[in-house]
Design a protein around this ligand. Structure first.
Ligand code: T3D
Length: 262
């Protein structure tokens, strides 16, 4: 598959998307959104069992491409809500509902919606030189693409508020200490670790992992009773599949499990 704004591949159960506008720190434009939509549809429909998202060059993603906005005197005001509905909302929901683990390797700065999209992923790794910036306030905007959902849930109201109202740069190491991301790694180890995890998930119990992420995301809005019901429904479903049988048999036979993903 050939795209102009992203790199995409799907092989051996691993889908890889690299945001590829390095001269603009991989800022999102409409064309990139279209390509991401297409690649995510292909990932969902194909034989992928894990998705690895990263960025080309020195940045991960600088958010919305501000050169797409004409705010010169006399230019009509853009409908920013329309842009979010058309592009960012479907992107975030596609990542969150993808029935497989989504790893994000944050190789450099993640700003504005770039930070939001990174945090929409299930396992976020970041290079030590990377950082997260809630840049929206510097443009007079509200955090979007899900940031107002993720930040307070992941790091609490005080830190979410400080980051969002001040727009300060949060270094990757502190992001890990605060629980915003899974791991901060030395720069040269970032992609090695991301690939190691991708390989691990590519032969994992994909359906069970997909249900796990769904259950964890659902817990934010569910009561304990609703969550217990959800666990019953998911476990009942998973218990009928191949991988549960294989996992238990492998344990009893003292051998590694050979999961099919079903
Ligand atoms: O409009 C809507 O749809 C509403 C939705 C908005 C969602 C959002 O994401 S709002 C937030 C948008 N993003 C930003 O405000 C971040 C803007 N960028 C920066 O603040 C800085 O670039 C960084 C802190 C991210 C990195 O700084 P630095 O010094 O490492 O790099 P730089 O020199 O600023 O950027 C390198 C190049 O990328 C530069 O181009 P040049 O001068 O070399 O030709 C710069 O203009 C370009 N670039 C960086 N970010 C963007 C961008 N070009 C267009 N849009 C960008 N967002």
């Amino acid at each position: 598959m050939s795209y102009q704004n992203i790199l995409y591949s799907l092989a051996d159960g691993i889908a890889r998307i690299t945001l590829n506008r390095p001269e603009k720190l991989n800022a999102f434009n409409a064309a990139m959104h279209g390509e991401l939509r297409d690649a995510l549809i292909h990932t969902r429909a194909g034989k992928a069992r894990v998705l690895l998202l990263s960025g080309a060059g020195r940045g991960f993603c600088a958010g919305q491409d501000l050169d797409e906005r004409d705010l010169s005197p006399g230019a009509p005001a853009p409908d920013l809500g329309h842009g979010l509905e058309m592009h960012y909302k479907p992107l975030v929901l596609a990542l969150r509902t993808l029935p497989m683990p989504v790893i994000c390797a944050v190789n450099g700065v993640a700003a504005g919606a770039g930070a939001s999209v990174a945090l929409a992923c299930d396992i976020v790794l970041a290079a030590r030189s990377a950082s997260f910036i809630q840049a929206f306030c510097k443009l007079g905007l509200v955090p979007d693409a899900g940031s107002t959902n993720y930040l307070p849930r992941l790091i609490g109201t005080a830190r979410a508020m400080g980051l969002s109202l001040l727009g300060d740069k949060l270094p990757a190491e502190q992001a890990e200490q605060w629980g915003l991301i899974w791991k901060c790694l030395p720069d040269e180890q970032l992609m090695l670790e991301a690939e190691r995890l991708a390989l691990h998930f590519s032969s994992g119990p994909t359906k069970g992992l997909a249900r796990t992420k769904q259950a964890i995301y659902a817990s934010a809005d569910n009561t304990l009773e609703q969550q217990l019901d959800l666990e019953c429904a998911y476990q009942r479903d998973i218990g009928l599949g191949h991988d549960y049988r294989e996992g238990v048999n492998a344990f009893k036979e003292k051998r590694p499990a050979r999961f099919s993903g079903d």
